[in-house]
Design a protein around this ligand. Structure first.
Ligand code: P6P
Length: 322
């Protein structure tokens, strides 16, 4: 039993604890290979293929997908999974009696690995809707984000950290690489009500909706009482890294709809839903620019959604403009 296991067994149930144990094992493998930056497995550069939705796959995308799938298949508590790297969901043969399914982006931001920038794994866990003892169905994966029973991300950065919730607050664990275990370093973390950072790719400014242009200009112009600007821009180009900084320091991350990408870029099922579930557990919230992300009923596995997420004061200001 690892510390993460013990914590989850007390916070949730044995099945959820076994799922997180599988994620702990898989993320240790990915973290080790990422930290060896090309000295270990061949994970640098493009795979030379596209994923289900036309994104250029990086070798690390494929590596992480295989590592997490193997671990989650073997844990026995997951009946099937939906991965960004596969067109369709996958039923795990022999796991028909498992109660849970998982939606996952095995490696978000993988194009950053070649330049040694933080990257992440994002996942959401749902109780299946189809009867146990049967093969999972698409409906098991097209649940609104409010149905998640747990979610988390692993941030492969200066240290490797897992941020998770099983519905009883948001907790942060740090990987101790020699023991291959995560140790809790913070629990019941709350996002600051207001922040200093707005995270958005401003190269697309001219293509933003007028309301979003107004919000960005508001952030650019807002002054503190001492006359100094209140906000600054921070955009790493890796969702987990930008989200994590904003979670700890306060801030807002926006990947909006644009003329070129009317539904934005991020995926609802395995990016928007898990991250919004986590932010809600920390006292913030996430929308698609209009409605709570967690209330959207997905119609397609890889559907995209605009994402506004972060500190409530900044979110309220952004939504007021909308
Ligand atoms: P852009 C990484 O590819 C990602 O999905 C997020 O992690 C990141 O915030 C965003 O895309 C960056 O996209 O279009 O600004 O380069």
């Amino acid at each position: 039993m690892t510390e993460l296991n013990e914590f989850l067994a007390s916070e949730s149930n044995a099945a959820i604890a076994s799922i997180f144990k599988a994620i702990e094992q898989a993320s240790f493998i990915v973290s080790k290979e990422v930290s060896y930056q090309g000295l270990g497995a061949d994970i640098l550069g493009a795979q030379g293929s596209e994923n289900s939705t036309g994104d250029q796959q990086q070798k690390l995308d494929v590596f992480a997908d295989h590592v997490f799938e193997r671990a989650l298949r073997n844990c026995g508590s997951v009946a099937g999974w939906a991965s960004e790297e596969a067109d369709e969901f996958v039923a795990f043969e022999g796991c028909e009696n498992a109660e849970y399914v998982i939606a996952i982006d095995p490696l978000d931001g993988s194009s950053n690995i070649d330049v040694n920038v933080s990257i992440g794994t994002i996942f959401g866990i749902y109780k299946r809707l189809s009867p146990t003892g049967t093969t999972v169905q698409l409906q098991d994966f097209l649940q609104p984000g409010r149905n998640q029973v747990a979610a988390g991300y692993v941030l492969y950065s200066v240290s490797t950290q897992m941020v998770l919730s099983t519905g009883n607050g948001l907790h942060i664990f740090t990987l101790e690489p020699y023991k291959k275990q995560f140790h809790r370093v913070a629990d019941h973390v709350k996002v600051p009500a207001d922040g200093k950072c707005y995270s958005i790719n401003e190269v697309n400014f001219d293509d933003f909706a007028p309301a979003l242009k107004d919000f960005v200009q508001y952030c650019r112009d807002k002054k503190q009482e001492n006359g100094k600007r209140k906000y600054t821009g921070r955009y790493i180009g890796s969702l987990c890294a930008d989200f994590h900084r904003n979670l700890i320091k306060g801030g807002i991350y926006i990947y909006p709809a644009t003329g070129e990408a009317p539904n934005g870029k991020l995926r609802l099922v395995y990016e928007g839903n898990p991250m919004t579930y986590l932010m809600a557990q920390a006292g913030g919230y996430g929308t698609d620019g209009v409605q709570d992300i967690l209330e959207i009923v997905p119609t397609q596995l890889h559907q995209k959604c605009p994402l506004y997420i972060g500190s409530p004061v900044m979110m309220n200001e952004a939504m007021k403009q909308a």
